[in-house]
Structures are given as C-alpha cells and as structure tokens.
Design a protein around this ligand. Structure first.
Ligand SMILES: Cc1ncc(C[n+]2csc(CCOP(=O)(O)OP(=O)(O)O)c2C)c(N)n1
Ligand SMILES: [Mg+2]
Length: 737
C-alpha cells in the first residue's frame, strides 16, 4: 500500500518553481490538455444553450471536472484499458477520442448517436470501440460492474484459451462475444463524493481489495451531491480518510483542478495497477461551477461567497493562465486554439441538428439478443439414451443432481463459465481439501458440490455476502465475454441486487443500442411448501422479474426440464433468471436420468403434463405436481379431463399452447404459488380474457397464495399457499360452470 497526497497548493499555484514538481506532461501534452479542457467546457455551454432553445432535451455538465478527466484520459489508454465513467466525465471521453459531434448527437437523440441511438440522456457515455462501457443514471451501480470488468480481463489474461471463439459447429453466445484483453490492462471507474455513500461503492472497494484487482476508483469530490454538502454526506468529511484502511490499495489525494498533479497521480496509480500490485484510489478535489444540472439552482443553497471561492480554482482558467505564465502559449496562441475549438463545435452542432431521429418502430430492437433466438430449434435437442453402458436403465436422479451435473458439463465445455455466490465453493481454504480434512460444501443446497474441486477456485469461488456485488460483478464479467452463472442463495435475499438487475443487467443491451451485452445466468432458490421456511425462506415473486424487459425467466418443475433449460440458459445470449424451487430439489416427483451433455429445451415451449378436453389449467413450478394430483382426482371422481400445462419458462411464455388448449376446452384456470393479486397469473388471465374471449364458456379463474407473507407454523403455511384441494375445488367448480 502506498499513499501519495499532493498538496493542492502545488503545481499551478502562483507560477513558482514548484509548479513543475508534479508535471510529466510535455509542452505539447499540456496544450492538448488545455484544448480538451476548453472543448469540454464549451460543449457544456453549447448544450446549455441548445437546451434553452429546446433543441436538446437534457443537459448534464462536466464543468469543474475537466482537469482530472483529461489527466486520466492521457494517462490511460483508449481501446486498451476499460472505462466506466460517470456523467461528469465529458473530459475523459474527449481525451479517449470521443468526438464533440458524437456528444451532440446524443443531446439531440439522433438515430446515429453511437452511444445509444437516442435511448439515453446526454452524458451517459457508451463507445464500445474505445472500451467506454455504457453508463446508466443510478449513482454508483457502475462501480461493481467495473470490478467485474477488471476480474474478467484478468481471467482471460490467465486463461487465454477461454477467450478463443468456440469450435466450429458450436452454436452459443460465444460466437457473438468477441473477447479482447491485455495482460496489464486497467479498469477506470469514477463517481462523485455523494455516490461514495452508496453501499455498492463499499462492496466494490471490498471486492477490489480482496482480489487485488487492477482497477482505479476515481472519486471526483466537488463537495456537493446536488444540494447536500460533503460534511453531511461523508463521516468526517473526507472519503480518503474513510477508505484508508482498505488493504492492497494505492491511494492518491490530489487537486483535481490541476491537470499536471492529476496526471502524475494517474500515472502512479496506473503503474501500480499494471504491475498487478492491486487497485488504486484517486480522490480528486474538484469544483462544480455550474449548478448540479439545469434543473437545479445552486443559489438556493450556496452563497455567492462560496461560489466565488470555487471560481478561483476553475481548472480551465487556471490552466490557461499557467500556459501564458510559463510561456507555453501566448495570447495569440490561446486565441487561435480557442477559435479552432469554437469552429469545430459550431460545425459539430450544425451537423448534429440535421441528424435524423430514430424510427419509432425501432423501440423494441435489442431488448434481447438479435443473434441467438432462445426459442429456436437450435435449443431443441433430444436427451441421450437412458441406458447405461451395461444396458440397464439409468437410475432416476433428483433436480438437484441434474442441475449439478449440467453445471459440471457446461463448465467442461466452455472455459468462460465461472460460478460464484455465497457458499457455492467446496471450501475456500483449499488446503483443507488438499489434505482431505473436509469433503466440501458446494452451496447451502449442495447444487454446486464438487465443482471447485474439479475446476479450481478461479472458476468456482465464494463471494462476500453481498448480493448487489454478485450480480454487479457478474454483469461486468459478462460484458467482457465471460459467462458467469451466479447463485443468489434465497430468492428472499435477491432485493439488494434489484438495482443491478432492473437498472443494469437487463438494460445494457437496449440502452447501448446493442453496443454491449451481458448474458449472465442468475440461479435462485425460490418458493415455499417447506414446513418451517417462514417469511424469509419461502417467498415467490417471479412476476416482479417477468415485468422487466430484457430478462428471461425460467421456472422448471422437474429434473429433466431443469437440466435442459439450464443448459439453454448458459448457452444463450440473454440474461436469465433461473428459478429453482427448493421443495422440488429432492422431491420424488419428476426425477429423471441425466439426459447427457447436449440436452436442451428451447425457452417459450410449454409442456402438456396431462392432456384433457374439459378445462385448461396453466401453471408452473411446485404447483405442477399439486395440480396434477388435483386433476387426477377430478378425473377419477367425475371423469373431467383437465389439460394441465406446465409453462416451464415465464418469459418468454408459450401463448400458442395456451391458446390452442383454451380453444379446445373453453375454460381456463391459472394457478401459481405467489400471492394472488398482481401475480404472474394476472397477466395470463388478462390475455386470455382479451384475446380468447369468444372461445370462453366460463370466466378465467385463478388459484394462488393468499395476499399475505408465508408463515412459519405449518398450519398457517398450508392455509396461505395453494394446496391440491384448493386446486381440486377450483377445477371442479370451473368445469361445472
Ligand atoms: C441511486 C440514485 N439515487 C439518486 C439519484 C439522483 N441523483 C443524481 S445525481 C445525484 C447527486 C450525486 O452527487 P455526487 O455523487 O457527489 O456527484 P456530482 O453530481 O456532485 O458529481 C443524485 C442524488 C440517482 N441518480 N441515483
Ligand atoms: Mg459531488
């Protein structure tokens, strides 16, 4: 660990000899730095004007942050290192090669805007060729992804074979996921002082320190988060002080309005990272000369005196004065440079204002992969023969067994598959395994048992107890081309990861207009019927996730489907939420022999579990065996033939099978384990009522859990969750309607 604190009074102050202590920028670079800083400020000014003229729709300025940005951009390498810049990072983007015209295209929301094609606000950077990864608006969610990006780069550096394209004939996501990496690459991520209060920041710092990752965290501290000053935000007022205990870091605290000091800080930080010594933290003190955004008026909470004090540190004017004072440029030179910039910006604005907007019908493009269709026949492969080598029928295995076997075979097949989460490793202290002192755990439900022992702890490892970090890091890794198959231990604890799932994982392809993708698989143990699971180990809630565009949601009811669907999930090119019902893990219902290493089931193909002509029941997950029991009873008792449909995947879902069945039976019952109101079945019921109204002889009915939480006492749990008898009664009543 090393700490360098640059006295803010150094370098640009007073033009003394000290001013050259920190430099390292040549005269040409200094002029270039000034040009970029001036250009950045003038783009902001132009955008503000355009916003006032209602020619663009939003503006977010990088004013006051120009020096640190340019310094970082000059110290790091475009198209080589990786960048997760936040919205004030206009200057680093310019330094990395983004053109002003491209920025104005984003402002006008043009179809040709390379960052998002009119889908994102300005200053939400995304330039794939420069490795500037698409950014969102939630403050801080980028930080965990940057950690994953750094992990991904290091993984490929250590296992270059994993980066190769798949063998000819293999049809999976890798064909569309070209990987590039450098052995000494660095990932840059920036954030504001206020954002350092987000939990995701601390999760990221911890993960970076644990992994000694080559990542530079750059906190651009302008003293405010909208109107909240730093002393109210950060205990003690200094983020540097708070993070100083993190091991393995190189720390820098620098005047971020000084390009030379900032450049020197970034040089030291990047050198440390490139040498593989660990992460770096650059705390840059900057100013915010304009209000937070055009929607904010800082005069409401900052007096004139304070704003004037800031203005004296304005990086653009200070750098200009420095160039003059040191004789690097004279008045004429400055004038010429500024005129050139103005002319370039004028031309860029004129062109951008002519640019065409995107076509309205393009809005649904790139929600999912345009290359790999999860519903296609590529994923429709038969199971291997059930016979064993000695000709006997193979023993049926549980869902838990087949998920484990599928993971094992996919890890063998594809070196990009990595598995992490809480407790998923066999044993983090590997020496215990080596000395055969322990057998290993492999997950609280043992679904990943034996995988670390077989594939090593760089491919199967325990994460800190931090769900946002599990999904955020996986997202960053998948952006680089890895295929993380992560585990959230219980569905009940997925919520800390919700921001990562809702605002990042599922939006990345769409918001970058297919510039980036991150096909992660999230395995989650879900559901009740546990007799004793209680509120926090029994929740469902799948409709919250099927409500999110961009996310595939799978919910198998038996071992064979779990194996086939999990393999499709791993090989496909979209993010998948793979819901595994805990009660079904070791149930005797639905056991099957392992269907072999190529067995797959396409998404969006339901299964008719029990054919019938009198009534359609649409369900999935643990309700399938319960509904089957009810249907068989009804048939025995009164000859009513129920057609029972197991949806298997909830997004996409198999509308054709539902429609064909209802056309035959004219009656539909939707059954699910989640709470009744606003649940998954509400959408199915609404569609049937809307599109199949003419074919119905009875109202569409639903059976689901009561609108309460799942209780501990089994008598209460039984009363809350839908039971076979509830299903039986509902079927009987609907058949008689
Ligand atoms: C998770 C989240 N909460 C709130 C907001 C609204 N918001 C946008 S910027 C901002 C302040 C950020 O301050 P800071 O991190 O210091 O960055 P600065 O804007 O000062 O550069 C807030 C509260 C948001 N975008 N995301
Ligand atoms: Mg701030």
């Amino acid at each position: 660990m090393a700490t360098t604190k640059t006295d803010p009074k150094l370098a640009l102050a007073n033009g003394t000899k000290k001013s050259r202590v920190q430099d390292g920028l040549s005269r040409e670079q200094l002029i270039q730095a000034y040009r970029l800083m001036y250009m950045s400020r003038r783009i902001d000014d132009r955008e503000i004007l355009l916003k006032r003229q209602q020619k663009i729709y939003f503006q977010m300025s990088g004013a006051g942050h120009e020096a640190i940005g340019v310094a970082a951009g000059l110290a790091l390498r475009s198209e080589y290192d990786w960048f997760y810049p936040y919205y004030r990072d206009r200057a680093i983007c310019l330094a990395l090669g983004v053109e002003p015209y491209q920025m104005f295209l984003q402002g006008v929301g043009a179809a040709d805007d390379p960052s998002s094609g009119g889908r994102q606000m300005p200053s939400h950077w995304s330039y794939p060729s420069m490795h500037i990864v698409t950014q969102s608006s939630p403050t801080g969610s980028q930080i965990l992804q940057a950690v994953g990006c750094a992990e991904g780069g290091r993984y490929f550096a250590r296992r270059p074979k994993a980066a190769e394209l798949p063998p000819a004939g293999a049809t999976d996501y890798r064909r569309f996921k070209n990987v590039s990496f450098q052995n000494d690459e660095v990932t840059y991520v920036s954030l504001g002082d206020g954002t350092s209060s987000e939990g995701e920041f601390w999760e990221a710092m911890n993960a970076a320190a644990l992994g000694k990752l080559p990542i530079i965290f750059c906190v651009q501290d302008n003293g405010y988060a909208i109107s909240v000053p730093v002393e109210v935000q950060t205990a003690g007022g200094s983020i540097s002080r708070l993070v100083s205990g993190f091991p393995n870091f190189h720390f820098e605290e620098v005047d971020g309005t000084d390009p030379m000091a900032s450049y020197a800080a970034f040089q030291r930080a990047s050198r440390y990272c490139r040498q593989g010594l660990g992460p770096a933290f650059v705390h840059a003190h900057v100013i915010r000369p304009y209000s937070h955004s055009l929607s904010d008026d800082e005069r409401l909470y900052r007096p004139e005196s304070e704003r004037e004090r800031d203005a004296q540190r304005d990086p653009v004017t200070r750098t200009q004065m420095y160039l003059l004072r040191e004789g690097i440029l004279d008045d004429k030179g400055i004038n010429r440079l500024e005129k050139e910039v103005e002319a370039e910006l004028q031309a860029a604005v004129d062109r951008a204002l002519e640019a065409l907007p995107p076509a309205p019908e393009s809005v649904t493009k790139f929600i999912y992969s345009p290359d790999v269709d999860v519903t296609s026949s590529i994923f429709d492969t038969p199971p291997a023969s059930e016979a064993t080598s000695d000709g006997k029928k193979a023993t049926p295995k549980t869902m838990a067994d087949l998920i484990n076997a599928t993971l094992r075979d996919e890890m063998k097949r594809d070196e990009r598959v990595v598995i992490f989460g809480e407790d998923v490793a066999d044993c983090s202290r590997e020496e215990y395994l080596r000395q055969k002192l322990v057998k290993g755990k492999g997950g609280v439900f043992k679904l990943t048992f034996g995988l670390q022992c077989e594939f090593g702890n760089d491919r199967v490892f325990n994460s800190p107890l931090a769900e946002a970090a599990i999904v955020g890091r996986a997202t960053g890794m998948a952006t680089r081309g890895l295929k993380p198959v992560v585990e959230i231990q219980f569905f009940d604890y997925i919520w800390p990861a919700m921001m990562q799932i809702r605002d990042e994982l599922t939006t990345i392809r769409w918001r970058s207009n297919n510039g980036f993708s991150c096909p992660v698989v999230i395995r989650v143990a879900i559901g009740g019927y546990l007799t004793g699971g209680a509120i926090y180990h029994s929740q469902c809630g799948e409709s919250i996730f099927t409500h999110i565009p961009g996310l595939r949601v799978v919910f198998p009811s038996n071992a064979l489907d779990a194996a086939g669907l999990l393999r499709t999930a791993i090989r496909c090119d979209d993010p998948v939420l793979f819901l595994e019902h805990k009660r079904l893990y070791r149930e005797s219902y639905g056991r099957a022999a392992y269907p072999g290493p190529e067995y797959m089931i396409p998404f969006g193909k339901a299964k008719i579990v029990h054919p019938g002509t009198d009534l359609t029941v649409i369900t999935y997950g643990a309700v399938v065996p319960r509904a089957l029991q009810a249907a068989q009873k009804l048939e025995r008792e009164q000859g009513t033939k129920v057609e029972l449909i197991d949806l298997r995947t909830l997004n996409p879902f198999d509308w054709e099978t539902i429609a064909a069945s209802v056309a035959k039976t004219n009656r539909a019952l939707v059954a699910y384990e989640d709470t009744l109101s606003w649940g998954y079945g509400a959408e199915i019921a609404a569609r049937i009522a809307d599109q199949l109204f003419d074919q119905l002889d009875a109202p569409v009915r639903r059976v689901a859990a009561k609108d309460v939480f799942v209780a501990y006492q089994p008598i209460l749990e039984d009363a809350i969750l839908p039971q076979p008898n509830d299903l039986y009664l509902a079927m009987k009543e609907l058949a008689a309607y």
